[in-house]
Design a protein around this ligand. Structure first.
Ligand SMILES: [Zn+2]
Length: 90
């Protein structure tokens, strides 16, 4: 079992520990969909998610722009005729 010092109190704890058994410092946090991760890994993954999200956003904007620009003559469907008003019952 690999040991590493707790960043908070310095106690040697398991490298796979989620929290320090001595001081309770949380070593790893659950970050969906990656499972438990230490802070360093989590920060790296957050950067990856941010970049991927940014790229996806630009792709979406590009697609929307393409759709709007490639169909300039598309007319809006005419509004449905108003429903006939039923005469009041005598
Ligand atoms: Zn500790």
């Amino acid at each position: 079992m690999t040991l590493k010092p707790c960043p908070e109190c310095g106690t040697q704890i398991s490298a796979t520990a989620i929290a320090c058994p001595q001081c309770g410092h949380q070593i790893q946090v659950y970050a969906w969909p990656f499972g438990y991760q230490d802070e360093q890994t989590r920060a790296a993954n957050q950067r990856v998610i941010f970049v991927v999200g940014l790229v996806l956003m630009f792709v979406m904007l590009g697609l929307m722009y393409f759709v709007v620009v490639s169909q300039p003559a598309r007319t809006l469907p005419s509004p449905a005729p108003a429903a006939p008003v039923a005469p009041p019952a005598a």
